[in-house]
Design a protein around this ligand. Structure first.
Ligand code: BYC
Length: 365
């Protein structure tokens, strides 16, 4: 088992057991457990060892990428790579916790005890995903407070999809089926992302997202094979969620400023358009099984490309939503700010407990 295998996503403690090798010779042995905030210390030790040997950091970084090795928190990385990751991982983390809100809205109104328990578990999972991802972002030298502050003040983006309302129970089904389905499509590729902590967080998240997708499809199945009114409810949810889900993959490749670096640095392995196409190819047969109609008159199978031709979402609407003017942006930000404010006592209690525990450990030692 190597060091990477021994680390679990969400770990605050990063076991570092690294030997920096030059031509097979160990030049900087490091073997200790460090807290995420000490990453910079380990990095500077490694860096000075390399400098003595006149090593080009960029070459080492590039050769790791070329070999499909992970870049780890203690490794040298270009500033723009670090910035790119902080941007993407924190947006992803924000999406997970804001994503709890539209479905959380239905916990008290779930139509049965079983569906309530399942929905509770799912929403709780999303909170956990946020935690793994904030922790992964912290390994890049940014604090949780800075990240949350950017979300709460509206500076940071989160997925456009969570700015749409959940009007009926069928919307909870559509979110699981379509939104989690799209999320998995994107996140399976991110399991192979070049940044170790992000990639490892994705492995666990993907397992849970698969369950979420099935939960949503189960709800849609009950409705689609239920009464005509239930089927209509399912169709209405599909009509409203189809295009917003297509927007989740981001703008078309030609208008995606971050894709070039993301692909070059192996943060993303596939482009926005490639993933969107795969999502359509996978989802259309699922809609057909349910007897529901995808709201796209142009949707046709293209034998030559072995995929569907489909209509693009409304990119003007997308821009409005990501710029804060979607149907629920203000409501979502207010809910997050209120939750943070109301949770202050929990953070204070946790900090007081950690301090007390630290003091009693010091006395015992
Ligand atoms: N919404 O150059 P581009 C979940 C922004 S949570 C908002 O293509 P990139 C779930 C983009 O940030 C799933 N903004 O960017 C949770 C950029 O703006 P900045 C969330 C978007 O990064 C709870 C600009 O547009 N998944 O599944 O190469 C319950 C230009 O875009 C969106 C992730 O976060 C959008 N949809 O590609 C249920 C996955 N799209 O930052 C379910 C990780 C684009 O330059 N993220 N923008 O100001 C990614 O894979 C990529 O960041 C994206 C965008 C594909 C989203």
């Amino acid at each position: 088992m190597n060091d990477r295998d021994s680390m679990k996503p969400g770990d605050l403690l990063l076991p570092v057991k690294s030997f920096c090798r030059l031509s097979g010779q160990i030049i900087a042995p490091l073997s200790f457990e460090i807290h995420a905030f000490s990453v910079k210390f380990a990095y500077s030790l490694t860096r000075s060892a390399y400098m003595e040997q006149n090593i080009n950091f960029e070459d080492i970084f590039e050769s790791k990428l070329a070999k499909n090795d992970f870049i780890e928190p203690k490794d040298w990385m270009p500033d723009n790579y670090r910035k790119h990751l902080i941007r993407q991982i924190s947006q992803h983390a924000h999406s997970e916790i804001v994503g709890m809100l539209p479905e959380g809205n239905w916990i008290t109104r779930a139509p049965s005890l079983r569906s309530k328990i399942v929905l509770l578990a799912k929403v709780q999972d999303e909170g956990g995903h946020g935690l793994y991802l904030y922790t992964a972002a912290e390994t890049l030298g940014v604090s949780r407070d800075e990240l949350l502050d950017a979300l709460h003040t509206g500076k940071a983006k989160y997925s456009s999809i969570f700015n749409y309302p959940t009007l009926t129970w069928a919307d909870v089904g559509a979110i699981g089926w379509l939104v989690d389905g799209a999320a998995i499509m994107n996140q399976v590729m991110l399991q192979r992302s070049s940044y170790g902590p992000y990639s490892r967080a994705m492995v666990r998240i993907c397992k849970e997202e698969s369950f979420h997708q099935r939960q949503g499809y189960e709800i849609m199945t009950h409705l689609a094979f239920g009464t005509p009114e239930q089927k209509q409810m399912a169709q209405d949810a599909l009509n409203r969620w189809w295009y917003p889900t297509m927007m989740m993959f981001g703008p078309p490749d030609k208008d995606s400023p971050n894709s070039e670096n993301a692909i070059k640095w192996r943060i993303k392995r596939e482009t926005n358009d490639q993933l969107r196409q795969r999502f359509v190819n996978q989802t259309v047969p699922q809609a057909e099984y349910l007897g529901l109609t995808v709201p796209d008159e142009k949707l046709t199978w293209n034998e030559a490309k072995q995929g569907y031709d489909f209509s693009e979402p409304d990119w003007v609407e997308f821009k409005n939503v990501i710029n804060g003017n979607g149907p629920c942006n203000k409501q979502r930000l207010k809910a997050r700010n209120d939750a943070h404010k109301n949770g202050a006592w929990v953070r204070e209690a946790a900090a007081a407990y950690a301090k007390k525990k630290g003091e009693s450990t010091a006395v015992a030692a």
